[in-house]
Design a binder for this molecule. Structure first.
Ligand SMILES: [Zn+2]
Length: 174
């Protein structure tokens, strides 16, 4: 399982709800964690591995050995978010070597389903809330570059152009 890089259209495609909670779904989530740890990320959304489903995984430590902190969410919804917003530095596995300051609510309440389809509710703050909100955006086809400040957009423009060039070269050679 490979991480899809910008500007692959699957990052902007519509994501269908998860409807079947079976062993295949569990295997997909496991493979997403493996891909996430391999690329030194803390979160990954299904469209980032080319699967247009409303599924995301994260581990706030980014460490495979801290598997007890792994979270898998299917069909997540934001039940509440704080009005208080804070900027924080973010990267994205679909945008290698690109970073920006992104404004996010500092706390959220989430309603979702687990791998078995059972309801899950979570209250997240700070770093965990930021990771969730970044991955949740992916499920709506929203990318962190969309939320960058004009200064960060300008600073990152050459790196983004390079990603577009690489994507075009890959398409041309396949
Ligand atoms: Zn991302």
């Amino acid at each position: 399982m490979d991480v899809v890089l910008y500007p692959d259209p699957r990052l902007r495609a519509k994501n269908a709800p998860v409807e079947v909670f079976d062993a295949e779904l569990a295997a997909t989530a496991r493979a997403m964690f493996e891909a996430m740890y391999r690329t030194e990320g803390v979160g990954l959304a299904a469209p980032q591995v080319g699967i247009n489903r409303r599924l995301l995984v994260y581990n706030p430590t980014g460490k495979a050995e801290e598997a007890d902190l792994e979270i898998v969410l299917c069909n997540p919804k934001i039940a509440w978010k704080s009005r208080v917003i804070e900027p924080g530095r973010e990267g994205c596995l679909s945008f290698p070597a690109i970073y920006g300051q992104i404004d996010r609510p500092i706390a959220v309440k989430i309603e979702a389903q687990g791998l078995d389809g059972a309801p899950v509710t979570l209250e997240l703050e700070d770093w965990d809330a930021r990771i969730f909100l970044h991955e949740f955006d992916h499920l709506d086809g929203v990318l962190f570059t969309d939320r960058m400040t004009p200064a960060d957009k300008t600073r990152n423009a050459p790196a983004l152009e390079e990603l577009v060039d690489r994507y075009r070269e890959k398409l041309a050679s396949s």
